[in-house]
Write a protein that binds this ligand. Structure first.
Ligand code: FPP
Length: 247
């Protein structure tokens, strides 16, 4: 089915997920299959990012969260890390004006202090330029690990309790959620992982508690509009019960 036909079907099928999270995987395999260096797989993956952002706007998704670089990825060879950092800067430079016009608010979530100064400046620029937008929030998770995010939230809670601004009995799920990077976002309704891998890989462990999972066999550089729309249709056919029984 074509992308416009899939979009029509999504509109007929009911509620669109408000928040879609994606583990973009398979850039390296895509490059290897073509005997290309891995950074070229990532470069090709950048095109998929652009297409998926456009498709999210078309479908009416409110929040799109992309896992672009994990804390574990710092252990990759320096040339690959440098290539990924340059791609981030290039993406921001090329796309910032379009994202701004399309009504996209861009945020970079993770240990951004670890980024090189040029990448940090690019991140600060696009964050500021698009801060007022509300049509789609694009969360780019960079230098991110979910366990570290939860530890950070727990430490903040401990500091506030120690300072006397928070009482132990006020520490509940909402108190933790409010201290995560995603504090102002609804939890993801749908998580997509590409390239067939069936793992969460330390992504949004707290936030994914009731999220529907969609594993796509497609490698990230080949993932496009139609694949996103198919994932949404799959989601629309699920019976979400949040641990309750049907009424
Ligand atoms: C996983 O593929 C992908 C990444 C580690 C990086 C994702 C980055 C991009 C899509 C491009 C840049 C994105 C932005 C937002 C500018 P892998 O290398 O683990 O692939 P493999 O499992 O096949 O080796």
């Amino acid at each position: 089915m074509t992308a416009p036909a899939l979009l029509d079907q999504i509109r007929e099928s009911g509620a669109v997920p408000r928040h879609v999270a994606i583990i973009m995987d398979g850039n390296g395999r895509w490059a290897r299959e073509r005997m290309l260096p891995r950074p070229l797989g990532h470069r090709s993956g950048m095109k998929s990012v652009r297409e998926v952002v456009e498709a999210s706007l078309e479908a009416g998704i409110e929040v799109l969260s992309l896992f672009a670089f994990s804390q574990e990825n710092w252990q990759r060879p320096p040339v690959e890390i440098n290539a990924l950092m340059s791609l981030l800067e290039e993406y921001i430079q090329k796309e910032a004006d379009d994202l701004e016009e399309q009504g996209v608010r861009v945020r970079v979530l993770g240990e951004t202090e670890r980024l090189a100064p040029a990448a940090r400046e690019a991140v600060a620029r696009v964050t500021q330029q698009t801060a007022h937008n509300r049509k789609l929030t694009l969360n780019l998770f960079i230098s991110y690990g979910s366990r570290a995010e939860i530890v950070r939230a727990a430490r903040r809670v401990a500091e506030e309790v120690q300072a006397g601004t928070l009482r132990p009995e006020q520490v509940d799920e909402a108190a933790i959620s409010a201290r995560l990077y995603t504090a102002d976002c609804p939890d993801p309704d749908l998580l997509i992982r590409t390239s067939g891998e069936q793992r969460i890989s330390n992504f949004l462990l707290w936030q994914l508690a009731y999220t529907e999972l969609h594993i796509s066999p497609v490698l990230w550089p080949d993932f496009g509009r139609s694949n996103l729309f198919e994932a949404i249709l799959d989601y629309q056919n699920r019976d979400r019960r949040f641990g309750r029984v049907p009424v």
